[in-house]
Ligand binder design. Structure first.
Ligand code: SF4
Length: 240
């Protein structure tokens, strides 16, 4: 996770420390891209997921730093697959392009939940904006796998889940969807409204597959980076 230890947003499901620009000190370590690349190489990684906090305080949302990290990792580990799991950059598509032009094999941006739950779950984000980011990614870099995910157990209905999957596929042009159970990380975060039984996850997977996703990874323990190498591999095979 790059771009510092503090996030400029306050999503209800997330326990990453939050900060207010002007009140807290936000860092951007210029050595971070090289350090990440060196560490990834030292670990001999085959698959690297690079993600970040939101940096709405930076004019480019941190996209150039994100791109520099992707380039450094690709250079030091040419055989590895690189996944960029990005913020929405407040809908700034030039920032999204900057990340894509660095050459990630997989572009991931999570939609997180149904639009009617955004005010509670993801108050500083915008559902349509996230769909626009995904659609732009597919248009700008058609060779990359475009991926998005969301949580269940936050109060959504079955109709909500079906609508989000349909939107990701038809409006976001996503290739891969991940669906996992929300778990409350601290007492300050949103409560779990429901523990979704495995059979429902199977139902969402079948429904998603019927929409034409290359892969739908759906299960209680699924997270957007969970077994990401397998997901990318299977999604790549599905396109052959
Ligand atoms: S933008 Fe990302 S890191 Fe920041 S609070 Fe939301 S989920 Fe957490």
């Amino acid at each position: 996770m790059i771009l510092g230890n503090l996030c400029t947003r306050g999503c209800g499901f997330c326990s990453v420390p939050k900060g207010l620009p002007g009140k807290h000190e936000f860092e951007l370590d210029p050595a971070e891209p090289a350090n990440v690349a060196r560490q990834a190489a030292a670990m001999g990684l085959r698959y690297v997921v690079i993600t970040s906090v939101n940096r709405d305080d930076l004019p480019d949302g941190g996209s150039r730093h994100f791109a520099a990290t992707i380039r450094a990792v690709r250079e030091s580990l040419p055989a590895a697959t690189v996944e960029a799991l990005t913020p929405d950059f407040q809908g700034d598509l030039s920032a999204v392009a900057c990340v894509l032009d660095a050459g990630p094999h997989v572009f991931n941006h999570n939609i997180e939940t149904a639009p009617r739950l955004y005010p509670r779950v993801r108050p500083q984000a915008n559902y349509q904006q996230s769909l626009d980011v995904l659609r732009f990614a597919k248009q700008h870099r058609p060779g990359a796998i475009v991926k998005s995910g969301f949580m269940v157990g936050l109060g959504e209905t079955g109709d909500d889940v079906r609508a989000v999957l349909r939107d990701l596929r038809e409006r976001g042009h996503a290739d891969v969807a991940t669906i996992g159970q929300y778990l409350q990380p601290t007492r300050r975060n949103l409560p779990v409204m429901k523990y979704v039984p495995p059979a429902e996850f199977d139902e969402w997977r079948r429904f998603g597959e019927s929409l034409g996703f290359r892969m739908v990874f759906s299960g209680p323990f699924v997270r957007s980076s969970y077994m990401a190498d397998l997901v990318a591999h299977e999604a790549g095979r599905a396109s052959e």
